[in-house]
Design a protein around this ligand. Sequence first.
Ligand SMILES: *Cc1c(COP(=O)(O)O)cnc(C)c1O
Length: 394
Amino acid sequence: MITSFHPPQRTLMGPGPSDVHPRVLSAMARPTIGHLDPAFIGMMDEIKQLLQYALRTENPLTMPVSAPGSAGMEACFVNLVEPGDKVIVCQNGVFGGRMKENVERFGGEALMVQDAWGTPVSVDKVRELMQQHDDIKALAFVHAETSTGVCSDAQALCRLARDYGCLTIVDAVTSLAGVELEVDQWGIDALYSGTQKCLSAPPGISPVTFSEAALEKVSKRESRIPSWFLDKKLVMGYWGGGQKRAYHHTAPVNALYGLHESLVMLQEEGIENAWQRHAMHHEALKAGLETLGLKFTVAADARLPQLNSVQVPEGVDEAKVRSLLLQNYSLEIGAGLGDLAGKVWRIGLMGSSCTRRHVMLCIDALENTLGEMGVELPSGAAAAAAATYAAQEQ
Ligand SMILES: *Cc1c(COP(=O)(O)O)cnc(C)c1O
């Protein structure tokens, strides 16, 4: 007979999901109530407010899509791209490629700006393309490329889009709560994120926000939005303000309790403090990894603190290392994706997985594992990380 499933206790330091805090897990175990219960509607309003806080926006259309980050992405593109629309899509990793796919599937024309994996989106290349075309409808880019660990200059890209009168569609799945992200100040028009990265909430929900300009584009569409579930005008009948909520779909009630709790925790910490925490633990992890002789994929000025991509040393079986880490330390780190498959490890320091305990465990486990596999290593990695902490405390 099949019995209950009890997952192993892991420490999650990959590209997401990250460790979910016990407070969030226990919130999810509270009683399920109706998705139109007045108490639930009150909590939905709080989630919207808390998301506005986390995203630094006053956009009324700020809400979680009841599906993973990939669905948040589709929600942005399916509402904003009409057949024939020209959209500049920046690609410097896996996720930009998915944006292209979205634009094309909804009948748009994707004008690609390609940059090498591990480097940020080139603002100059985007500007050149904008100068060549006077009918660009939107600029789409990934703020934090989880496949490589690179952060692009979202502020500069949004300013450029403003100057040329086009909308911006931003993937902030990994950036939200890990690095500075300013929806209103930077003038982002449509943004999607995820819950399982730096928010450390359960996977399967995608916060999105639309500016007034984005909503105007939606209302002026000539063609019907080709998705029923993701049609923002319909979803807002349920997520919009006021008491008269209409049934649209059954919200993932308990998962939303979890998101609510994780956002409450973020508010308690303060969003700026969360950015600061990610930067601080990244410095310690970096000191330890570099002492082990591991080299970062991304140049120092474009590195994401929450996603550390390091080169696998010559001759080392990278999959074996990950499997030993899982077996012996119950520690998960990420493999390379796409062009970087087999070449890098991706070490996440996201949300609840961004603590001193995580950093020290990871360095210790990597040092021992590589040592046992016969890789010659300089000593002192843990001491280097600890010294970074000591220096930061002064
Ligand atoms: C994880 C991720 C996604 C996809 O999110 P899912 O929840 O897995 O659908 C999209 N973009 C980026 C940058 C990501 O890191």
